[in-house]
Design a protein around this ligand. Structure first.
Ligand SMILES: [Zn+2]
Length: 67
């Protein structure tokens, strides 16, 4: 199972990011547009945490998808 969330690819600036929700924190997260390796699920969770802190309401629902 994967879900697309509001993140941006560092390579192509695309927003279609594939996240393996049923994987562990060391699962690879890839850009669906260009295939760039965007780090691990743990990295993305850290980014989302910062994102949520910066935009309290807009980011909250997105972050919930990971739990
Ligand atoms: Zn990309």
């Amino acid at each position: 199972m994967t879900v697309s969330i509001e993140l941006r690819c560092d390579n192509c600036r695309g927003t279609s990011i594939s996240i393996p929700l049923d994987g562990g924190d060391d699962s690879a997260v890839d850009c669906e547009d260009c295939g760039a390796d965007l780090g691990t699920l743990a990295d993305i969770k850290t980014q989302l945490s910062l994102h949520v802190l910066g935009r309290k309401h807009a980011g909250a629902a997105t972050f919930m998808l990971l739990h």
